[in-house]
Design a binder for this molecule. Structure first.
Ligand code: HEM
Ligand code: NAG
Ligand code: NAG
Length: 501
């Protein structure tokens, strides 16, 4: 039995127990159909019907995760109510409602992730912090990751991508592309946030993050800490190790600052070169606690790891399956490569000239939905169209279901990067920004989104200009409980015979 089957069984059991308990205690669920209840989005509003949720979950295990959702939505419209882990929740694939929820963060809704997420990322991490404290952390992340910080970084990214690719062995044994993409993503983040060069330290930290990630997809089981042999238990241990390692980095930096007055980094010419640790130590007049600083770093390192590396891998997979797109991408990148001297690194202006690359990245993000949806809780009764979503309800904004809806994207299931070259695929009555939100939106829009685009672009540039490859084994993308590629995409790599040096 593989992990996802196990997980499926565990989820089913829990839902069944919840359902049975509620049927034995009808007072808990059979509340009178009051006015508000009557105006909830349709769905399972009477007796809890775990069967529907089970079908939802099993649908997510299929290559086309939206099948169940579509059937459900055809019956009920694009919003419906269901039970999630014993709580009432409104699921939405309505682009306008999703936008309302994303933009209303901190006012009509707050983020609301399972407690296991808060435990693994840290109670003070960006994702689970609310109110003014969240605003502060979010803008701190943007200082280092946002658009304005990126131009000087392209050369660093270029160097780190090439360092990893330099160890590849074209013509050798099959290589799991996901593993390599992960090394690149983590090395970059560590260099970028902590100013630590890739080496044994970053590699061991990366392994701990692999364990933490396995914990995210294990069930948010409240007593999991009692079961150290589970993925979640292992993830908790890994989180502890990561926290200790980061504490050490921060302490060392504090000591350095105390002895030399932070001489190097404090110098005028080094302004703007501050890394995340410098920024954290100075934040709020230097009042951040160690816990705050560590949780912040864990959140950023975790959030930028699997997301970015999986997008790189899946882009390569789609390109392999769509030769015309690969040929066009190669043409774009070969053009840039020809204009460069032998060891000349990529620059910001090169990145800006990669127009088709951006189409490929958007199309990969649209189809794969690395983050299927975001979780919120209503802070107030939310009025939308004819519905009222009562205060306290969970809201799951299914960003991915919008991306895969044929009403919004012609032939939504097929990888067609050219659709991004024109704007003729969108229905006109919904603003385009509501139809494409792979990075969320509003006050919680992913602060790493521009950085991720640059990293993926540089990766694709070197991959297609230097190498060719084919699939060593067939591999499969699954979407539940998170988007993953089962075998890590094993490929046979070769040096390109017609490579430009
Ligand atoms: C392809 C890559 C990525 C995807 C698809 C992605 C997606 C997302 C999404 C959908 C959210 C919103 C969650 C919500 O609203 O509840 C988010 C938040 C976040 N992401 Fe990303 N992300 C990516 C890369 C990165 C990178 C590279 C970093 C940092 C190095 C990063 C750091 C964060 C942080 C800190 C948050 C929390 C923001 C907040 O709550 O204010 N992400 N990401
Ligand atoms: C480029 O780098 C390689 C290895 O670092 C070096 O051997 C070569 O001489 C360099 N070429 C130029 C033109 O600088
Ligand atoms: C890709 O998506 C972003 C929104 O995330 C948009 O701003 C950009 O214009 C899109 N790129 C192309 C080439 O359509």
């Amino acid at each position: 039995m593989d992990t996802s089957t196990l997980l499926f069984a565990a989820v089913s059991t829990i839902l069944l127990v919840v359902a049975l308990k509620k049927q034995l205690l009808p007072g808990l669920t059979l509340t009178q159909p009051n006015k508000e209840r009557a105006r909830l989005p349709p769905g399972i509003t009477g007796l809890p019907l775990p069967g529907d949720i089970l079908r939802l979950i099993s649908a997510y295990r299929l290559p086309n995760p939206d099948l169940f959702l579509y059937k459900h939505m055809a019956r009920h419209g694009t919003m419906f109510t269901a039970h999630l882990f014993g709580q009432r929740a409104v699921f939405s694939a309505d682009p306008s409602f999703n936008r309302l929820v994303l933009n209303g963060d901190g006012r009509i809704v707050d983020s609301s992730y399972p407690s296991s997420v808060a435990t693994l990322l840290g109670a003070k991490s960006v994702l689970v912090t609310h109110g003014p404290a969240h605003k502060g952390l979010h803008s701190l992340a943007l200082t280092r990751l946002g658009y304005a910080a990126l131009p000087p970084l392209v050369a660093h990214i270029d160097r780190i991508v090439l360092a990893t690719m330099g160890k590849w062995e074209p013509g050798g044994a099959a290589m799991r592309l996901l593993d390599e993409a992960r090394k690149i993503a983590m090395n970059l983040n560590i260099k970028h946030l902590l100013s630590i060069e890739p080496g044994p330290w970053s590699e061991s930290l990366r392994c701990e993050f692999n364990t933490i990630n396995d914990g995210f997809i294990s069930i948010p089981f409240p007593f999991a800490f009692l079961l150290p042999f589970t993925n979640y238990g292992k993830a908790l241990k890994a989180r502890k190790k990561v926290a200790l390692a980061l504490q050490e980095v921060i302490r060392k930096r504090t000591d350095e600052k105390a002895t030399d007055g932070g001489a190097d980094r404090g110098k005028e010419e080094n302004k703007g070169k501050k890394d995340m640790v410098d920024l954290l130590l100075e934040a709020d007049g230097g009042s951040f606690s160690m816990e705050q600083m560590v949780d912040f770093c864990v959140n950023l390192l975790a959030a930028g790891y699997d997301t970015t590396s999986l997008t790189m891998t899946l882009a390569a997979k789609f390109l392999t399956e769509t030769p015309a797109a690969l040929a066009q991408l190669r043409e774009e990148h070969d053009g840039i490569r020809k204009s460069k001297g032998e060891n000349q690194s990529l620059e910001w202006s090169d990145y800006q000239s990669m127009a088709f690359t951006q189409c490929v990245i958007n199309e990969t993000l649209r189809i794969c939905n690395i983050v299927n949806g975001v979780l919120r809780r209503a802070n107030t009764n939310i009025h939308f169209k004819d519905y009222i979503i009562p205060k306290g309800y969970k809201i799951i904004a299914l960003l991915g279901a919008v991306h895969l809806n044929n009403e919004h994207y012609e032939n939504a299931q097929s990888f067609h990067p050219w659709r991004w070259q024109r704007n003729n695929n969108k229905v006109q009555d919904v603003p385009a920004s509501n139809l494409f939100s792979p990075f969320g939106g509003g006050p919680r829009q992913c602060p790493g989104n521009e950085l991720a685009r640059v990293v993926i672009s540089v990766f694709l540039y070197h991959l297609v200009t230097r190498f060719s490859w084919d699939e060593a084994e067939e591999d499969k993308v699954v979407f539940f409980p998170t988007t993953r590629i089962l075998k890590g995409y094993p490929i046979n790599l070769r040096l390109r015979s017609d490579s430009i040096s």
